[in-house]
Design a protein. Structure first.
Length: 380
């Protein structure tokens, strides 16, 4: 934190209690749920001080490198039995624009991604009512028929839970079968906000919080790393955001299995919630969220990822100044945010590197599990 910030704390130019919370957060002395909630409600000059504190913590946690991964996102079906109020992607089986990608189509997309230098294939889809374990194994084997080495980051906990219910199988049995067929890691989506009150409103058919935790602890116990996420800006309170982050911290201290924390602002226009008047969070709210995430989680989940897909490239650059150190993936295609009503133009590796440089940082390509592959040649 800057000398000027410390001076303002000492002279009381902004709330002393707020300044003391920031000081202890940067020094990793531990802050309570109530104190996290206070940071999430920062206003006025407090916002710039919060961002400065998070940027200081980021520098201590991970240094000056901003990472990204070359990947392709493949949404293999939009057919879903869910009823999530924040989703504009799902379709019923008889909808005219419902689809299921064939093995040939998946192979083609994987081959195209590899030609573009992708090291990761991310696979996620709707919860198709006719899909069982064999269908998910077929998808994995299809990717492996193209490449034995590309990292497969696939199947959210909602999809894993769907397989368990379809087959009447234990989560460990399902995960072992998926791993045997090529699964390398699991995306931390389907978390939304880990509060059953919130989930009952925005995704009543989706698993409860304890089931999400059970599935991810099972992944970690089997050596399957996962990301972790929050989708913020719907109906949750600051207290529920704080509880979400503290729960992730607790899991990470127990298992060490999270590779990153991804912050996903709600995109509203074409979703049921949006049609009822819900708005996407503004840039200030996103800045608060990223900064607080760094201060709460950065010592145990060192990689705080901002979503250029949700925020735009310039919005992502701002988050790099407030605690974030990762820009996610190049994706090559994006369907879910687009369906929710945000125009998305996929970014090249070079564009992500320029955003990092514009923020005064050092861009580097990484693997899914954050092994650095190369520092950008734009740095010279």
């Amino acid at each position: 934190m800057s000398a000027g910030s410390l001076t303002r704390m000492a002279t009381g130019e902004f709330d002393r209690e707020f300044g003391e919370i920031l000081r202890r957060a940067v020094l990793r002395e531990g802050i309570t749920a109530t104190e996290i909630e206070r940071l999430l409600m920062a206003g006025g000059d407090e916002i710039s001080e919060l961002a400065l504190a998070a940027d200081c913590a980021r520098r201590l946690d991970v240094g000056e490198i901003v990472t990204y991964v070359r990947n392709r996102n493949i949404n293999f079906t939009n057919v879903c039995v869910g009823s999530c109020a924040f989703c504009g992607f799902r379709r019923d089986p008889d909808d005219p624009d419902a689809y299921v990608l064939s093995s040939t189509q998946i192979r083609s997309k994987v081959a195209e991604a590899l030609r573009a230098g992708a090291t990761e294939i991310c696979l996620q889809g709707g919860l198709h009512p006719d899909f069982g374990l064999d269908d998910y194994l077929r998808i994995l084997k299809t990717v492996r028929s193209v490449s034995e080495t590309v990292h497969i980051h696939a199947f959210s906990p909602a999809e894993i839970d769907h397989i368990c219910r379809q087959e009447g199988m234990d989560v460990h049995e399902v995960l072992l079968a998926l791993r045997e067929s090529g699964l390398d890691s699991v995306p931390g989506t389907a978390a939304e906000v880990l509060s059953d009150r919130v989930r009952e409103i925005i995704c009543p058919r989706k698993m409860k919080t304890l089931r999400w935790v059970e599935i991810f602890k099972a992944c970690h116990s089997l050596g399957l790393p996962t990301s972790s996420t929050i989708m913020y800006g719907t109906v949750e309170t600051p207290a529920e955001r704080a509880e979400h982050m503290l729960l992730l911290r607790e899991i990470q201290l127990e298992t060490g299995g999270f590779t990153e924390f991804v912050l996903l602002p709600f995109v509203s226009p074409k979703t049921p919630l949006g049609k009822m008047g819900a708005k996407s969070p503004d840039l200030i709210d996103s800045l608060r969220m990223h900064a607080v995430a760094r201060l709460v989680l950065g010592d145990v989940i060192k990689n705080i990822q901002t979503s250029w897909v949700k925020l735009g490239l310039e919005g992502a650059r701002v988050m790099l100044m407030a605690g974030a150190n990762d820009l996610g993936g190049t994706l090559m295609e994006e369907n879910i945010t687009r369906a929710a009503g945000r125009a998305v133009e996929c970014a090249s590796a070079e564009e992500l590197e320029r955003i990092a440089l514009k923020a005064g940082r050092v861009p580097a390509e990484r693997t899914t599990t954050y092994r650095l592959l190369k520092i950008s040649n734009l740095c010279g």
